[in-house]
Each structure stands twice: as structure tokens, then as C-alpha cells.
Design a protein around this ligand. Structure first.
Ligand code: NAD
Length: 377
């Protein structure tokens, strides 16, 4: 069926991404990478002057740098060239109100993670998404890497046999000492981050990656979360033991107090016939262990890559690509959804709900020292 969107770029507005922010400009670059999508508007900050300042940097029409989300949605609705979707890149407590306002106005949503600040909010959002007739998706970035897609496809094809062990670790060191950075301030404030600190910021990425690549759900967890730096209201160091639906055991480590670690996300999955090992800091390589003792190094651009991974590469073999392109792959899938196609691997509200359930189950189980806790969405 022909759509009005055929043959033109999709138009989007950024919510967040104001001066000095971290992830907003990454969304702008990634969304525009394939020339499928363009940034035309935004409510870039809760402060009007700073929203206008960001609009000028992003080269959007000054009339389309709005003071707030409600004003933007009203103004864009009456333009013949109004927005097709919003990207939400604000602190967590603003995800639900922004997503609700957009979806109720008939505007699609690409949201950064975690889905919301709390599990209760995520359940409310899931109802809104279920009643909306436009797409909602989540930027669990690491699911966009080509070699993560390759790992997922190989595990699904039985390359490592039955999954028996999953180790996912996400160490960082940037919060090892007290800091007054803008990014740290809201992440350590329960009113803006929600009940989880490190577990909500990066633990949830590690959790999604483990479930995404194994294709298995975590059913139970045993959590030990702590605040290492004195005076913090939220966790900065987390360890979880995991049990998966097929009986496999696993562990998730997420920490922001490990000096020397930058963004050391690593996933190891072992099965009864082999294993795989992927690291975010060397994203174009996937190590595959075979049961006969051979270790295979799979690299981006190799002829042995499957169709899904190959379709997601933008540079020839040996030429680095990574984080921006992983985000861009999520935007490519989202554009496909908006044009009426299918994108079954794009994270959505079901993944958002599982992430929020992980955060709250881990926070409560660790605080109450209640032992193994069922993971209930
Ligand atoms: P940040 O503090 O650097 O930026 C947040 C921006 O939102 C700022 O420009 C702020 O002015 C703006 N903002 C706040 N309230 C607003 C409102 N009501 N209306 C409009 N703008 C508002 O934060 P960040 O590090 O960029 O993180 C933002 C979100 O992205 C968080 O939810 C975080 O978890 C997520 N994130 C995801 C990834 C990833 O890899 N997917 C990486 C980093 C951050």
C-alpha cells in the first residue's frame, strides 16, 4: 500500500539533547546516518533559552526549537511538514510523560533506556503503547551491533549447542569518586533516575544483551547491590546471579566504580558444544569456541557472516565501525516500522518492561537480603 511517507525522509524531533548533554547528539548523528531520517525540531531542554541554543547548533528552524514537549506537539500537528516521531533522550523520570504525550498525539516514539523510571510507570506505558496505532521502540544500543546480531544468529542456529552458562559484565570507572558532573547528578538522584543507579544505567543494557543473544529469559535472580562511594542514595556497584528459563546459570556484573574501566561491556555464552565471546570495545570481532578445541575469530566483513549481520555493516572489512552505527541500525529498523514494515529484533515495550522488572527486583532483593527472587514482569 502506498504511504505518504514513501520517497521522503522521515522527520523527527529530539526531546533532550540540550547544551552539554551526552546522548542527544549521538541520536542525531545515528538517525541521520542513512539519510532515511532528519532532525527538524526539538524540545531540547526544559529551559527555553537552552532549547533555542541547541536548536541553533543542530541547525533546525528557530521556530521549531520549542520550550516544551506539549507546545512542540501542538505546533507540529498543524504543519504540513510536521514530525513523524520523537526521540526521548532526557533523564529517566521524563521518559513516561514525554512518551505518553507523543503517543496520545499520534506521534511515534523512539526512547532511550530504561523505558521509564519505575516498573509501575513501565506498566502504564505498556498500556498506552498497546492502545496506540504508531510504533514505540527502545534504544538498547548493543542489540544494533552487527557482530551481536551474528552471535545471536549462531546461538539460535545451535552453533554452541544448549546454552549452559552466561557471563555478562559491564564495568566502568567514571563514578569511582564523588563528582558533580551533569550526567552524574541525575543518575544518582532517585527522583530523576528511579530506584536503581548503576543497575538502571548500565546493568539493564547488560541484561538486555544477555537475553537478546541467548534468546532465553531470566526467571530468577540473586542480587547484591551496593553504594561504594559514601553518601550515595543509589547503587554504584552490582552483582547478580541469574537463572535462565532453560536451567542455565549466569552472572551479571555492572559497576561504575572500577577505576581504569571505560565501557567494558563483555558477553560470554557457553553451551554444551561451544562458546562465544563479544566485547563492546572491540565490536567488530566475535570469538567462537568449538568443542573440538578450535577457536575461531569472526570479523566484520568476513564472507562467513550471516545475512542479518552483513546487512548491518556500513564499512568494508578492516575499517572500524561501532557505537554510532549500532544506534543507526536501530534507527534503520525504526524507519522500516514507520513505513509499515516489520523489525522483529528492534527492542520495544516488552523489552522495556523486562528491564524495569530487572531493576526493581534486584534493588528490592538486594536491600531486603531476600535471596533468590523470581523475575516477574
Ligand atoms: P544528560 O543529562 O547528558 O542530558 C539530558 C538532556 O535532557 C539535557 O539536555 C537536559 O536539559 C534535557 N532535559 C531534561 N529535562 C527535560 C525536559 N523536561 N524537556 C526537554 N529536555 C529536558 O543525560 P544523558 O546522559 O544524555 O542521558 C539521557 C538518557 O539517555 C537517559 O535516560 C540515559 O539512561 C540514556 N542513555 C542511553 C545510552 C545508550 O547507550 N543507549 C547512553 C547514555 C544515556
Amino acid at each position: 500500500m502506498k504511504s505518504e511517507k514513501d520517497g521522503r525522509r522521515l522527520r523527527f524531533a529530539l526531546i533532550g539533547g540540550g547544551p552539554g548533554s551526552f546522548i542527544g547528539s549521538v541520536h542525531r548523528i545515528a538517525a541521520e546516518l542513512d539519510r532515511e531520517i532528519e532532525l527538524v525540531a526539538g524540545a531540547f531542554s526544559s529551559d527555553n533559552a537552552r532549547s533555542a541554543e541547541a536548536g541553533a547548533v543542530f541547525r533546525v528552524d528557530p521556530a521549531r526549537a520549542y520550550p516544551d514537549v506539549a507546545t512542540m506537539l501542538r505546533a507540529e500537528a498543524v504543519r504540513p511538514d510536521g514530525i513523524d516521531f520523537v526521540t526521548i533522550a532526557t533523564p529517566n523520570h521524563h521518559h513516561l510523560p514525554a512518551a505518553r504525550a507523543a503517543l496520545e498525539a499520534g506521534i511515534a516514539v523512539m526512547s532511550d533506556k530504561p523505558a521509564t523510571a519505575t516498573l509501575e510507570e513501565a506498566r502504564e506505558l505498556a498500556d498506552i503503547v498497546a492502545g496506540a496505532d504508531v510504533p514505540y521502540a527502545l534504544t538498547y544500543t548493543y542489540s544494533g551491533y552487527p557482530l551481536v546480531r551474528e552471535a545471536r544468529a549462531r546461538v539460535a542456529d545451535g552453533a554452541i549447542g544448549r546454552v549452559t552458562k552466561v557471563i555478562v559484565e559491564y564495568p566502568q570507572g567514571w563514578l569511582a569518586t564523588a563528582t558533580d558532573s551533569k550526567q552524574a547528578a541525575w543518575r544518582l538522584d532517585p527522583k530523576r533516575a528511579g530506584p536503581g543507579g548503576c543497575i538502571a544505567d548500565i546493568g539493564v543494557h547488560a541484561f538486555h544483551l544477555a537475553e537478546f543473544v541467548t534468546g532465553l529469559r531470566v526467571t530468577q535472580l540473586l542480587a547484591d547491590l551496593g553504594s561504594v562511594v559514601p553518601g550515595r542514595a543509589l547503587d554504584d556497584d552490582c552483582q547478580l546471579l541469574l537463572r535462565f528459563e532453560n536451567g542455565a546459570r549466569g552472572a551479571l556484573l555492572a559497576s561504575q566504580i572500577m577505576i581504569g574501566e571505560r565501557n567494558g561491556l563483555r558477553l560470554r555464552i557457553h553451551g554444551d558444544r561451544g562458546g562465544i565471546d563479544w566485547r563492546q570495545e572491540t565490536p567488530n570481532m566475535l570469538v567462537v569456541h568449538h568443542s573440538d578445541g578450535r577457536t575461531e575469530l569472526v570479523q566484520a566483513g568476513d564472507a562467513s557472516l550471516g545475512a542479518d549481520a552483513t546487512a548491518r555493516l556500513r564499512t568494508p572489512g578492516g575499517h572500524p565501525e561501532g557505537y554510532l552505527e549500532a544506534f543507526a541500525n536501530l534507527y534503520r529498523d525504526f524507519a522500516m516500522l514507520l513505513r509499515g514494515g516489520k523489525a522483529p529484533l528492534l527492542p520495544g515495550i516488552a523489552d522495556g518492561l523486562r528491564g524495569m522488572a530487572l531493576i526493581e527486583t534486584a534493588v528490592h532483593a538486594s536491600r531486603d537480603e531476600s535471596g533468590w527472587a523470581p523475575l516477574i514482569v
